[in-house]
Design a binder for this molecule. Structure first.
Ligand code: NAP
Length: 248
């Protein structure tokens, strides 16, 4: 089968590592990004240089029309997608609730929740046996924050990831009979740029001693779990959550 994966937020961090791994595994990969075109093109170049297939896909996942156009573009280029990695996510400056504005909360929710829903919707339309599709697999990237709540840092972000967990559970049940598996990974402290968005680039090193494994994780370690959940090796796995959080 022609394996085609769309990875949102694939220009950097966990999405980038996942896209590179899927490219190595023979998927044609759509590299979605928001604004860092140079980084996204770099991921495409790396995949192509290694003999794989990839294209950049600029789109804000919170914008419905842009999501629809992105799915049309990847389908036109590579054929129907067989895998979706819902990965693009944001957080803002660490803060207690007193300083959270409606604008900030809505921005987090529109990207981390509405964006995931829109991408799932478009993927289901393509993959579902109900619509003549060949099936497929979706992995949602949630966070250990959905369990831990991120007090004093970003409860808004943690709550958005709680919604991702529930989306995973509900959608997995809704489409299980139509050839689509939906699973979730919950990373903990991973070395990426996201911590700089929270105002603390060195956050992983500050708090890693609190983890049972006493170290942060690498994006490649999360990518391996995502690739497994997408693969036929996980053919009887749906509605599952994999913790990638060093034991906490
Ligand atoms: P990151 O390094 O900050 O990268 C974020 C990626 O998302 C970039 O590719 C960015 O594109 C893209 N993006 C942001 N907003 C977007 C939008 N509206 N539309 C499309 N793309 C958008 O993040 P990361 O740490 O790899 O995080 C990836 C996922 O893992 C997120 O869902 C995050 O919540 C989750 N996670 C991360 C950790 C961690 O410790 N790092 C822990 C738990 C969960 P540009 O390059 O164009 O800006």
């Amino acid at each position: 089968m022609n394996s085609v994966a769309l990875v949102t937020g694939a220009s950097r961090g966990i999405g980038r590592a996942t896209a590179l791994l899927l490219g190595q595994q023979g998927y044609a990969v759509g590299i979605n990004y928001l604004s860092n075109e140079t980084a996204a093109q770099g991921v495409v170049d790396e995949i192509v240089k290694a003999g794989g297939r990839a294209i950049v896909l600029q789109a804000d996942i919170a914008e419905e029309a842009e999501v629809v156009a992105m799915f049309q573009r990847i389908t036109g280029e590579f054929g129907p997608i067989t895998a979706l990695v819902n990965n693009a996510g944001i957080l803002f400056q660490q803060s207690t609730i007193e300083n959270l504005s409606a604008a900030r909360i809505n921005k987090v929710l529109s990207t981390n929740v509405t964006g995931y829903f829109l991408c799932c919707r478009e993927a289901v339309k393509i993959m579902s046996h109900r619509h003549g599709g060949n099936g497929g697999a979706i992995v949602n990237v949630s966070s250990a924050a959905s369990r831990l709540g991120a007090p004093g840092e970003y409860v808004d972000y943690a709550a958005s990831k709680g919604a991702v967990d529930t989306l995973t559970t509900g959608l997995a049940l809704e489409v299980a009979a139509y050839g689509i598996r939906v699973n979730c990974v919950r990373p903990g402290l991973i070395y990426t740029d996201i911590h700089a968005s929270g105002g603390e680039p060195g956050r992983v090193d500050r708090v890693k001693a609190n983890l049972p494994m006493q170290r942060g994780g690498q994006p490649e370690e999360v990518a391996q779990a995502i690739a497994w959940l997408l693969s036929d090796s996980a053919s009887y796995v749906t509605g599952s959550f994999l913790e990638l959080a060093g034991g906490k």
